[in-house]
Design a protein around this ligand. Sequence first.
Ligand code: URA
Length: 261
Amino acid sequence: MRLDKFLSESSIGRRKEVRIFIKDGKVKVNSEIVIIPAYEIDEENDRIEYLDEDVEHNGKMYYMFHKPFGCITARKDSKHQTVMDYFECEDTKGLFPVGRLDKDTEGLLFLTNDGEFNHQLMYPDQHVKKTYYFWAFGTLDDEQINKLENGIVIRDGEPLTKPAKIEILKTGLFRDLQHELKDIHYEKIKINPQEQSVLEGHITISEGRKHQVRRMLKAAGCYVVYLKRISIGEIILDETLQKGQYREMTREEVTRLKNGG
Ligand code: URA
């Protein structure tokens, strides 16, 4: 296997980055500095060090992606841009998104080639908490908040939603708060919003039903106009990532998620 591939599959950095580390003399193979990224190693028997620390090869890739509005969470699509279109070709081999965000939803999405990791986060019994930031038209009184938090019917025949947490950050009229709603896509709004009540908030859920947040808020009489996932378990979207950017996840982040959040 090539040395740069080995390092990029070992959470040292992206292919591009590890090539620089190699050329900078930070990598040793069997105690000798090697500065050729394409150098062939025997991954079973050679000892690889980065900054004088042994590198463990697990071949697994984990990325944190800031999904922008308008692309779909799929590997391929004949009509729409997908989340994979934001990844450089060499980084995408075997990668798939963990769960999904709607086309119109922004925010935190993980991509990996580790099926076990995907299972741990997505399996309904795992109850991993996901927090979303939203703006919605409408108002929520105590009774509606109580329903949202303790279980609400989002479609006839479906079970009540599992316990959730709502935090209202701001309420008011659209015309007064409009300047704060920068990321709304107005082409989707069919009514004149000026006199509408709006609310800004966080909602934390531990399920992953289709359009769940939009449907929960709709069931409580609100219409979501902006939705962004800001955390999964204890991992918060890295706000240094601009929309459409991604980065390798750190070992600590992956371990925390594998240990239940
Ligand atoms: N809930 C939604 O309604 N949409 C998403 O993309 C994620 C959660």
